[in-house]
Ligand binder design. Structure first.
Ligand code: ADP
Length: 549
């Protein structure tokens, strides 16, 4: 092999231990803040690998976690991967039958579980027809009462094991990770990550056009570690030698604000809902955000108002788009250098797009006729991507369909435009696009503008069936203010920016937008509840689509 060694994660661990032995790893736990150094971390990682080895885990075996973001979970990240096993992070917020399906299909041999999540895991394990799990390990110093069997606690499990564990040779083609998409449609599908996919993803995100992390950074991933390896941040922060901060189980805005202040966090990452919560908290409380330099927002679109709000606090928003199938980062909205002197409006407009493809990937945008669309910021089509960290198949499903993959390209299911500068903007999911009278309305664009209203806490727009127009948009809004006033103000702003027939037929006020297990707005749930536009009081404008009928 010309390059000398394979592309595996072991060198990242080696580098941080040798170069930054005293850099800290901090973790919020039920008992308070836990804190140690990379040097202690690396010792514990080897003890865990040795314990797993003694439990019979070898190359290709799957080690599952059912955990929040904390230091022990981070230990499993490097131990499982570096010993050549496969880190399988399970989303504990999934329904029981999904968890059962996942454990069964993945054939997990060991499951490490948080004490607070035992109740969510037990019914899934109990209902397995045949249980592949040979050892449950409860994250902590003691194992509470549980139906899981055999069970031990984490500290006893790694306790007497050897911190001098010798890492075996591992090849870059070996599976190293596994993560299931949260299954917004149908059963969750597994995506397997090889060593090479994790390595190339780490190196690309470490580049200046990605989400570069350096040794003076203090990095706090709020995006759960069960969701696509917390966007790869535990790996890239280690590669960069940064201090890590893990926010523990279900951090609320107060916990997040406190950790930023006390640990001097410079970079954090999470879905927009997390940041909306922080924004609201900061409005009402004295919070020092001065250490914060960059915030990665992804998973759903970052509203312009959020980018401006962070900008006002001296924080750069790195708006990122990706998918479980892409390990997950695909684009980041960096401002190209020749756009830096453009007006504030143009700069915010660019930053609020999903951004530029990170180096190493390629994309195409294909319309309904299978033709590539021009880069004019107007024409839209489905986004297809390919590259070293983009999967070309689903785990245990050799029967991948043409809806999912085409000639080595991943069909993302995202409908996008590309502007002349190359910025990709997601205008919808293929399944969320609203078709009114045969013409297309972007639910995402409507949502962005509604969310820009100061008194709107959450907003989403779905298409509901309509006798005459096939589908019409309905907006769902969460606010603490007077609903009548908000409705007329929101409709007035939309009226200024969009054609009449794009305006929602109704604005429905709800307590909370239902969320998926990964904190995204669950449009499917609303669609099921509101199946028919005739229930709404609003009348569609006479002209519900321009050239229809
Ligand atoms: P799930 O499949 O469970 O929703 P993923 O994280 O794999 O989990 O979801 C990927 C999808 O999330 C993308 O295809 C896209 O629709 C959406 N998405 C991710 N990031 C963004 C973003 N920055 N803006 C808009 N949508 C996004």
């Amino acid at each position: 092999m010309p390059g000398g060694t394979d592309q595996t994660l072991r060198p990242f661990l080696w580098r941080s231990e040798r170069f930054y032995p005293d850099t800290e790893i901090v973790s919020r736990t039920a008992d308070g803040i836990a804190r140690y150094t990379y040097s202690e971390y690396a010792d514990r990682v080897r003890r865990l690998a040795s314990a797993l080895d003694a439990a019979g885990i070898t190359a290709g075996d799957r080690v599952a976690t059912f955990c929040w973001n904390h230091h022990r979970h981070f230990e499993v990240y490097f131990a499982a991967v570096t010993m050549g096993a496969q880190l399988h992070t399970i989303n504990p917020l999934l329904p029981v039958d999904h968890v059962r399906h996942i454990i069964n299909e993945a054939d997990d041999r060991v499951v490490l579980v948080d004490p607070s999540l035992l109740e969510a895991l037990e019914p899934a394990v109990e209902s397995l027809a045949s249980n592949p799990v040979e050892q449950f390990v409860v994250m902590g110093e003691t194992a509470p009462e549980t139906e899981l069997d055999p069970v031990t606690d984490y500290e006893s499990f790694i306790g007497s094991h050897d911190p001098a564990f010798d890492w075996p040779a591992v090849s870059e083609d070996q599976p190293a990770g596994l993560c299931y998409t949260s299954g917004t449609t149908g059963k969750p599908k597994g995506v397997e990550y090889t060593q090479q996919m994790l390595w190339t993803h780490t190196m690309a995100t470490q580049s200046p056009q990605g989400i570069p992390i350096a040794d003076d950074d203090v990095v706090m991933p709020i995006v759960p570690m069960f969701h696509v390896n917390a966007w790869g941040i535990p790996f890239s922060a280690t590669a960069g030698g940064a201090k890590h901060v893990y926010p523990g189980p279900s951090p609320d805005p107060e916990d997040i604000a406190q950790l930023i202040e006390e640990e001097n966090v410079t970079l954090s990452a999470g879905v927009p809902t997390v940041w909306l919560g922080l924004q609201e908290y900061v409005r009402e409380h004295e919070v020092d955000l001065s250490s914060l330099d960059r915030v990665v927002v992804g998973g759903s679109a970052a509203p312009e108002s959020m980018i401006e709000w962070f900008g006002g606090h001296g924080v750069e928003v790195l708006h990122a788009w990706g998918m479980t199938e892409m390990t997950p980062i695909g684009t980041v909205s960096h401002l190209k250098h020749d756009l830096e002197d453009e007006s504030k409006e143009t700069r915010i407009d660019k930053r609020s797009k999903q951004g530029l493809l990170v180096p190493g990937l390629e994309f195409r945008v294909i319309d309904d006729a299978g033709e590539q669309v021009p880069w004019d910021g107007e024409a839209f089509g489905e986004l297809l991507v390919r590259g070293p960290w983009v999967t070309t198949e689903y785990f245990a499903r050799p029967d991948a369909t043409e809806e999912e993959f085409a000639d080595g390209w991943l069909k993302t299911g995202d409908v996008v435009t590309v502007d002349p500068d190359g910025y990709v903007e997601i205008v919808d999911r293929t399944k969320d696009v609203i078709k009114s009278g045969g013409e297309w309305i972007s639910s995402v664009e409507l949502e962005n503008v509604i969310m820009g209203h100061d008194a709107v806490e959450e907003a989403t727009v779905i298409g509901v069936e309509h006798d005459r127009w096939q589908e019409r948009p309905i907006a769902f809004v969460v606010t603490g203010d007077d609903e009548g006033t908000i409705e007329s103000e929101v409709l007035a702003v939309l009226d200024e920016q969009f054609p009449k027939w794009w305006l929602p037929d109704d604005v429905v006020f709800i307590e909370e937008v239902p969320k998926t297990a990964t904190g995204k707005f669950a449009k499917r749930v609303l669609r099921e509840q509101y199946t028919d536009a005739s229930v709404f009081d609003g009348e569609p404008p006479e002209e519900a689509a321009p050239d229809s009928e």
